[in-house]
Design a protein around this ligand. Sequence first.
Ligand code: ASP
Ligand code: MG
Length: 437
Amino acid sequence: MKVLKFGGTSVGSAQRMKDVAQLINDGERKIVVLSAMSGTTNTLVEISEYLYRKNTEGANDIINRLEAKYRRHVDELYATDEYKKKGLELIRFHFDELRAHTKDIFTLFDEKAVLAQGELISTGMVNLYLQECGVNSVLLPALEFMRTDKNAEPDAAYIREKLDEQLEQQPDAAIYITQGFICRNAYGEIDNLQRGGSDYTASLIGAAIKADEIQIWTDIDGMHNNDPRFVDHTAPVRNLHFEEAAELAYFGAKILHPTCIQPAKFAHIPVRLLNTMDPKAPGTLISNETELHKIKAVAAKDNITAIKIKSGRMLLAYGFLRKVFEIFESFHTSIDMICTSEVGVSVTIDNTSHLAEILDELRKFGTVTVDSNMCIICVVGDLDWENVGFEAKALDAMREIPVRMISFGGSNYNISFLVRQEDKKRALQALSDELFS
Ligand code: ASP
Ligand code: MG
């Protein structure tokens, strides 16, 4: 069985819900994970903010407006009076639930329950629509099987067991619809998997049922091999290794967060990124297969600061790097790239909120220089060190561009360059020309 996940924009209007229903109704049994309609979770967060501030009037105002919007969606979605009525009952039920949280002191638990309504409504709506179309669709209540443990990590054994039970109760269904994002915690309270967590839900369900494939449906045609905003003639990447996808994730490439795909990666379940606007397009397949001797993609990240610490004391000394890294750790600043020589080390950071304090501390250990407005350019593909020529090719593409740092060998899948932000476009284009044409 496959698991298909559709995000907020894919179910963002009555029409989009109908499109999704058509797309999933192909006679194959499947589990469909849905987000809340786009904008809804943000609105629920806003409602919670009013309630935390004890502004019931403000909260009710937004609740009423949101409800009116949903009543219009219902009117547009269903054709028959019977289902329009069922749809309105669904909306009333969940908005009564929302209003119940405006009556008393508002806690973190209330907020979690409020946030859960978005996915509960969208899945209820699509499920009813499929039933109106004559499809044997059933709801799998995520709150009955999706759970985190005492460390707030998904409880895989519990999820597998409870999900199996749910599936066994309804063996004849053609389509199972379930809520992304929402779960219960170890104490049984309503919780969630953090914003954007529906991808995580899909991955966890895929791993739990040993799905044939997990499909993440969005509005773009999979991953591209370079940033189309800066480079001409980019092309979709058809296959990516999970590790390659993880390398690219940092660069804000429209791809899953590494933690989200981990369950799929460990269970060896391929993840396919597909486009609702062009459902026939092949998209991008992420799996544990490496395509040998292939460079896949180039990505860039701006607003990087490079810091160099040079010290004669570093020569042949141990413990120097630890002292340097501890300074970053104590200011909760993560390091992205590192390059070392015998007498110095350069690192990059993208969070500069404690830069001044970090520099103050670092000056105790050596001479410190800072380059800001830099950009990491990352080349991803089969960059196993034993393959010859691939690093050389990437380096050769950069021959006209001043390069501040080069990082290679940290993984088998990546080589990164640090350049000035103003050289980014040129660097991306040069790499595309050299590597992909
Ligand atoms: N609805 C949730 C959010 O907006 C979860 C998701 O869409 O993945 O963050
Ligand atoms: Mg999302």
